[in-house]
Write a protein that binds this ligand. Structure first.
Ligand code: FES
Length: 155
Protein backbone atom coordinates (compact mmCIF):
# COMPACT_ATOMS: atom_id res chain seq x y z
CA UNK A 1 0.00 0.00 0.00
CA UNK A 2 1.38 3.42 -1.01
CA UNK A 3 2.50 5.29 2.10
CA UNK A 4 0.26 8.16 1.06
CA UNK A 5 -2.63 5.80 1.57
CA UNK A 6 -1.78 5.34 5.22
CA UNK A 7 -2.34 8.32 7.50
CA UNK A 8 -1.34 8.92 11.10
CA UNK A 9 -3.86 9.75 13.82
CA UNK A 10 -2.91 13.44 13.69
CA UNK A 11 -3.17 13.56 9.88
CA UNK A 12 -6.68 12.07 10.01
CA UNK A 13 -7.66 14.36 12.88
CA UNK A 14 -6.44 17.44 10.99
CA UNK A 15 -8.02 16.46 7.67
CA UNK A 16 -11.34 15.21 9.07
CA UNK A 17 -11.78 17.92 11.70
CA UNK A 18 -12.31 15.30 14.40
CA UNK A 19 -10.26 15.21 17.61
CA UNK A 20 -8.05 12.15 18.15
CA UNK A 21 -10.33 11.22 21.05
CA UNK A 22 -13.31 11.18 18.66
CA UNK A 23 -11.41 8.86 16.32
CA UNK A 24 -10.79 6.51 19.23
CA UNK A 25 -14.48 6.73 20.18
CA UNK A 26 -15.58 5.79 16.64
CA UNK A 27 -13.10 2.91 16.66
CA UNK A 28 -14.58 1.70 19.95
CA UNK A 29 -18.04 1.99 18.37
CA UNK A 30 -16.88 -0.12 15.41
CA UNK A 31 -17.49 2.67 12.89
CA UNK A 32 -13.88 2.99 11.76
CA UNK A 33 -10.85 0.74 11.91
CA UNK A 34 -7.24 1.58 12.70
CA UNK A 35 -4.20 -0.38 11.73
CA UNK A 36 -0.62 -0.26 12.92
CA UNK A 37 2.17 1.46 11.06
CA UNK A 38 5.54 -0.25 10.59
CA UNK A 39 6.60 1.46 13.80
CA UNK A 40 3.59 0.05 15.65
CA UNK A 41 1.73 3.36 15.87
CA UNK A 42 -2.01 3.55 15.18
CA UNK A 43 -2.69 4.56 11.58
CA UNK A 44 -5.60 4.64 9.15
CA UNK A 45 -6.17 3.96 5.50
CA UNK A 46 -6.90 7.20 3.67
CA UNK A 47 -10.40 5.87 2.84
CA UNK A 48 -11.31 6.39 6.52
CA UNK A 49 -11.73 10.09 5.66
CA UNK A 50 -14.85 9.30 3.61
CA UNK A 51 -16.31 7.25 6.43
CA UNK A 52 -15.70 10.12 8.86
CA UNK A 53 -17.28 12.60 6.46
CA UNK A 54 -20.28 10.27 6.20
CA UNK A 55 -20.49 9.99 9.99
CA UNK A 56 -20.49 13.76 10.37
CA UNK A 57 -23.10 14.31 7.64
CA UNK A 58 -25.33 11.56 8.98
CA UNK A 59 -25.06 12.89 12.53
CA UNK A 60 -25.92 16.38 11.31
CA UNK A 61 -29.12 15.19 9.71
CA UNK A 62 -30.07 13.43 12.91
CA UNK A 63 -29.11 9.80 12.33
CA UNK A 64 -28.28 7.97 15.50
CA UNK A 65 -24.98 6.18 16.03
CA UNK A 66 -26.82 2.87 15.67
CA UNK A 67 -28.28 3.97 12.31
CA UNK A 68 -24.88 5.16 11.13
CA UNK A 69 -23.30 1.87 12.19
CA UNK A 70 -26.00 -0.03 10.29
CA UNK A 71 -25.25 1.95 7.12
CA UNK A 72 -21.47 1.65 7.39
CA UNK A 73 -21.76 -2.06 8.11
CA UNK A 74 -22.76 -2.49 4.47
CA UNK A 75 -19.28 -1.40 3.39
CA UNK A 76 -16.58 -4.07 2.91
CA UNK A 77 -14.08 -4.12 5.79
CA UNK A 78 -11.36 -5.95 3.87
CA UNK A 79 -10.90 -3.45 1.03
CA UNK A 80 -11.41 0.21 0.14
CA UNK A 81 -15.09 0.74 -0.65
CA UNK A 82 -15.86 1.43 -4.29
CA UNK A 83 -18.38 3.79 -5.84
CA UNK A 84 -20.77 0.86 -6.15
CA UNK A 85 -20.44 0.20 -2.41
CA UNK A 86 -21.30 3.80 -1.62
CA UNK A 87 -24.16 3.74 -4.13
CA UNK A 88 -25.64 0.83 -2.19
CA UNK A 89 -25.59 2.92 0.98
CA UNK A 90 -27.00 5.89 -0.90
CA UNK A 91 -29.96 3.83 -2.13
CA UNK A 92 -30.58 2.44 1.36
CA UNK A 93 -30.20 5.84 2.94
CA UNK A 94 -32.39 7.67 0.41
CA UNK A 95 -35.63 6.56 2.09
CA UNK A 96 -34.31 7.64 5.49
CA UNK A 97 -33.34 11.05 4.12
CA UNK A 98 -36.69 11.53 2.40
CA UNK A 99 -38.40 10.88 5.75
CA UNK A 100 -36.14 13.44 7.37
CA UNK A 101 -36.74 16.02 4.65
CA UNK A 102 -40.52 15.54 4.96
CA UNK A 103 -40.31 15.95 8.74
CA UNK A 104 -38.23 19.12 8.43
CA UNK A 105 -40.69 20.54 5.91
CA UNK A 106 -43.53 19.81 8.37
CA UNK A 107 -41.57 21.65 11.03
CA UNK A 108 -40.80 24.59 8.71
CA UNK A 109 -44.43 24.87 7.63
CA UNK A 110 -45.91 24.13 11.06
CA UNK A 111 -44.02 26.56 13.26
CA UNK A 112 -46.50 29.39 12.78
CA UNK A 113 -49.33 27.05 13.72
CA UNK A 114 -50.21 24.94 16.76
CA UNK A 115 -47.77 22.07 17.26
CA UNK A 116 -49.64 20.58 20.21
CA UNK A 117 -46.92 21.27 22.77
CA UNK A 118 -49.24 22.38 25.59
CA UNK A 119 -48.28 26.06 25.63
CA UNK A 120 -51.73 27.16 24.42
CA UNK A 121 -50.06 30.45 23.47
CA UNK A 122 -51.33 30.82 19.89
CA UNK A 123 -54.87 31.77 18.93
CA UNK A 124 -54.81 28.62 16.79
CA UNK A 125 -54.31 26.45 19.87
CA UNK A 126 -57.90 27.07 20.97
CA UNK A 127 -59.05 25.25 17.84
CA UNK A 128 -56.27 22.69 17.35
CA UNK A 129 -55.57 21.88 20.97
CA UNK A 130 -58.46 22.88 23.22
CA UNK A 131 -57.66 22.27 26.91
CA UNK A 132 -54.42 20.70 25.70
CA UNK A 133 -56.02 17.49 24.49
CA UNK A 134 -52.75 16.87 22.63
CA UNK A 135 -51.23 16.14 26.03
CA UNK A 136 -53.22 12.94 26.14
CA UNK A 137 -51.63 11.84 22.83
CA UNK A 138 -47.93 12.31 23.45
CA UNK A 139 -45.37 14.24 25.50
CA UNK A 140 -43.83 17.22 23.70
CA UNK A 141 -45.16 18.64 20.43
CA UNK A 142 -47.73 15.94 19.72
CA UNK A 143 -48.59 17.36 16.28
CA UNK A 144 -45.05 17.22 14.97
CA UNK A 145 -43.81 14.06 13.20
CA UNK A 146 -42.35 11.38 15.49
CA UNK A 147 -39.06 11.93 13.66
CA UNK A 148 -38.84 15.35 15.33
CA UNK A 149 -40.01 14.18 18.76
CA UNK A 150 -37.33 11.56 19.31
CA UNK A 151 -35.46 11.87 22.61
CA UNK A 152 -32.08 13.50 22.16
CA UNK A 153 -28.98 13.78 24.31
CA UNK A 154 -29.11 16.96 26.48
CA UNK A 155 -25.54 18.37 26.78
S1 FES B 1 -48.48 25.71 19.90
FE1 FES B 1 -48.27 24.92 21.85
S2 FES B 1 -50.20 24.11 22.29
FE2 FES B 1 -50.48 25.04 20.41
Amino acid sequence: MDRHDVLSVSEVARRSGYAASALRFYEDQGLIEAGRSAGGRRSYERSVLRRLAFIRAASNVGLTLAEIREELAQLPSNRTPTKADWQRISRHWRGRLDERIAALERLRDGLDSCIGCGCLSLQRCAFSNPADIAGTVAAGAAYLPGELRRPHRVR
